[in-house]
Design a protein around this ligand. Structure first.
Ligand code: C2E
Ligand code: CA
Ligand code: CA
Length: 721
């Protein structure tokens, strides 16, 4: 049979192959989008992607058809051309659906390739049907079969390539994707032109649809439109990928910050219970264990006859001659000795016992299930002997000794008095010359006697005008200006001179005198602030609030009244509350904080790092400031741990929107580290010691308390802080 000779328009063929490659590239890109999204976003990408992909495949096919010509007029029926587009749409939907799967098993690959191959072939031959030929096309069935095989193979290649590309995430990916797109494009075009070769048009054929689609400019128009669609899809997809990458990075960095915060919190927790130098328990943990042991024992003893009763003992261990070692050999050597003492204690005690370091050179041992005084004495003897062994300090060997006081519950009184009684017994042992032990006896509590004397004097301190507030400047680290003061209480004792608040505040707390003293502080601070304001000095003054005051339901009213009475703006007053106190009774603290905040007073969490704060709780307190405890600042230059904690605390505080103040800054080195970490304010002897109101005035005017001119510290207005 004679067939009409067919020809191809070269540009049309090139255009169709380019479209095939470009469409493949964009399709690979879109498939990735479908895969990285989930839910509705994935469905939308799938729908949009299928539309774009179908446009690409179909345009390739149709432009290829338009490039084909016979010596007779050809045209394509609108209906079948549209149907061929719908076929392309179905193929694309299936293909992208498959690509969005997590994995590609062999069964999926085979089924997917067959479906896609059938779809592409379907599209092609439906498209050919748009040529309404009379007589019909004569098919070369071998070529038809070959075109279908090529379509299936091209589909398999496309799917395989996609899943293979997916694993590549480095900079070579775009290039690989281009190569893959060219392979796919060639395969699709190969299928198309093989399919065209399968068609024979007998001589004398007429095209019934010659008046339909087929004008000269159509191929160019479709190429252009399809190119634009593909390009837009590509840009959208790349923009989406960028946004996703960015979001992912944000997520990772947020997660990192969160992990850091948790680590810092954990670190703080550790510090709350462990003595960082020796690794022994600290006082908090010790007291907790002691309370539990006593409570357990009291329960057991209620049910057992007293002959078999169990006991709990406390050994109070104080080193003799430690201070001279520290002074002569330095703190480093002192620390080594303390660590060695801790090791020796650990060696002497049982696993069920608890050793704690509770002061510079003071240790406590808690003996649970103690047999009786004899056992404790035996242990004390061993400890005395062990600690008396010389300590190796590299070049020198030094000797120290220990004085031990023993108190046993229930023999020597209630559990709550156990430590105090062991302490009293320890003093008795020291009085005997040291390096020995003493078991508690009533009458040893003379130290307690001293407290009672002080307490009697303290009762009259307010009335006799023996109290005074000193003020210590705080510096703003950013502007190296002076940003406010902390009021610190001083007691001018008629016989003993100035007594530190560290000594008398605990007594005042214990004997219920803190209320009156605390009120005096509030009144005095407000009076002084008013006087300063009159003198043109506007600055924020911090006062310290004790645990007892915090529990006083009248506290907020008292502060409010004092502020009004002296016409002081509430925001000038800052209340410092020690972290451990704030954590004692969380609910009360929160209520008091909230009420104080309502009055307009600023709030600060003092001695931070020594208590047991939880992040979630801190977040709830309406505080403006957090003061890092002096002990951390002290170790900054020597301890990486201290630096890590302070760094974490600063970041944590800033994350919670709090200003960070470091107290006890004594050296330039500490100052530099704190400033580098972003501490907002600094306070310490490096800048100024606490001083009376007049001395402060002189200091501000540029003269040191002793009269020598110094520098002029400018005051930052509190509203700027
Ligand atoms: P705090 O609130 O932690 O006050 C800071 C303490 O560190 C003050 O001791 C201050 O003089 C001292 N200090 C400041 N800079 C440095 C430094 O560079 N190096 C060293 N080593 N120490 C520095 P102070 O005045 O003896 O007060 C001790 C504690 O007594 C205060 O600790 C506070 O808890 C309590 N306190 C003081 N005044 C009052 C008060 O009016 N009411 C209550 N409830 N407690 C008060
Ligand atoms: Ca304070
Ligand atoms: Ca403090």
């Amino acid at each position: 049979m004679n067939v009409l000779p067919s020809t191809y328009d070269t540009w049309g063929v090139i255009a169709s192959i380019l479209i095939a490659c470009f469409a493949s590239y964009v399709t690979l890109e879109l498939a990735r989008r479908v895969q990285t999204h989930a839910g509705w976003a994935a469905v939308l990408w799938w729908l949009g992607g299928s539309l774009v992909m179908a446009t690409g495949i179909w345009a390739m096919h149709f432009v290829g058809m338009l490039a084909f010509s016979l010596p007779i007029d050809l045209g394509y029926s609108v209906f079948w051309t549209t149907m061929s587009f719908l076929a392309a749409l179905v193929v694309s939907g299936v293909a992208l659906g498959l690509a969005s799967g997590r994995t590609l098993g062999r069964a999926r690959l085979v089924a997917g390739s067959l479906a896609m191959g059938a779809g592409i072939s379907g599209m092609h031959y439906i498209g050919m049907h748009a040529l309404d030929m009379v007589p019909g096309i004569v098919w070369h069935w071998g070529m038809v079969a070959l075109s279908v095989v090529i379509a299936v193979a091209a589909s398999a290649a496309a799917l395989g390539i996609f899943f293979w590309l997916r694993k590549v995430e480095d900079e070579s990916r775009p290039l690989r994707q281009v190569v893959a797109a060219m392979v796919m494009g060639a395969a699709i075009a190969g299928m198309h032109y093989t399919g065209m070769e399968a068609a024979g048009f007998p001589v004398g054929s007429i095209c019934g649809s010659a008046d339909a689609l087929g004008s000269d400019g159509l191929a160019g128009g479709i190429t252009l439109a399809c190119g634009v669609v593909l390009l837009l899809a590509l840009l959208t997809s790349q923009y989406d990928a960028r946004v996703r990458r960015h979001a992912r990075r944000m997520e990772v960095s947020l997660q990192q910050a969160n992990t850091d915060l948790q680590a810092a919190n954990e670190e703080l927790r550790q510090r709350a219970f462990i003595d960082p130098l020796t690794g022994l328990a600290n006082r908090l943990l010790f007291e907790d264990r002691l309370n539990h042991a006593v409570a357990r024992l009291d329960r057991v003893n209620d049910t057992v006859s007293s002959r078999h009763a169990e006991k709990v003992a406390v050994l109070f261990i104080d080193l003799d001659g430690f201070k001279p070692v520290n002074d002569t050999y330095g703190h480093g050597a002192g620390d080594e000795v303390l660590k060695e003492v801790a090791r020796r204690l650990n060696r002497e005690m049982r696993d069920s016992d608890t050793a704690a370091r509770v002061g510079g050179d003071e240790f406590l041992l808690l003996i649970e299930a103690a047999g009786g005084a004899a056992d404790c004495v035996a242990l004390a003897r061993r400890v005395v002997a062990s600690i008396a062994q010389p300590y190796d300090l590299g070049t020198d060997r030094v000797a120290i000794a220990a004085s031990i006081g023993i108190a046993i519950h229930p023999d020597h009184g209630p559990g709550t008095r156990l430590v105090a009684h062991a302490d009293a017994a320890m003093y008795a042992a020291k009085a005997m010359g040291g390096s020995s032990y003493a078991v508690f006896e009533p009458g040893m509590g003379n130290a307690a006697q001293e407290q009672i004397t002080l307490q009697n004097d303290l009762k009259q301190a307010v009335d006799k005008g023996q109290l005074e507030l000193h003020y210590q400047p705080k510096m703003s680290s950013a502007q190296s200006q002076f940003s406010g003061v902390e009021a610190l209480l001083r007691w001018n004792h008629p016989d003993r001179g100035i007594i530190s608040p560290a000594l008398f505040i605990p007594i005042a707390e214990r004997f219920g005198l803190i209320g009156e003293i605390g009120n005096w502080v509030i009144q005095e601070a407000c009076r002084q602030m008013a006087a300063w304001t009159d003198a043109g000095l506007n600055m924020r003054v911090a006062i310290n609030i004790s645990a007892h005051q915090l529990r006083d339901p009248q506290l907020v009213t008292k502060i409010d009244l004092a502020l009004r009475e002296h016409r002081v703006s509430p925001s000038r007053l800052l209340c410092e509350i020690t972290e451990s106190v704030a954590m004692e009774d969380v609910e009360t603290t929160q209520r008091t904080f909230e009420n104080l905040a309502k009055v307009g007073v600023f709030l600060s969490i003092d001695d931070f790092g020594t208590g047991y704060s939880s992040l979630s709780y801190l977040r709830k307190l309406p505080a403006q400031q957090l003061k890092i405890d002096r002990s951390f600042v002290l170790d900054l230059e020597t301890s990486g741990d201290a630096r890590a904690v302070v760094d974490a605390v600063v970041r944590l505080a800033h994350a919670l929107g709090l200003r960070v103040v470091a107290e006890g800054v004594e050296t330039q080195g500490q100052r530099d580290i704190l400033m580098a970490m972003g501490c907002d304010e600094l306070q310490g002897y490096l800048f100024a010691r606490p001083m009376g109101a007049q001395a402060l005035m002189r200091w501000i005017k540029g003269t040191k308390p002793d009269g020598t001119p110094d520098f002029t510290p400018s005051v930052i207005h509190p509203d700027l802080l």
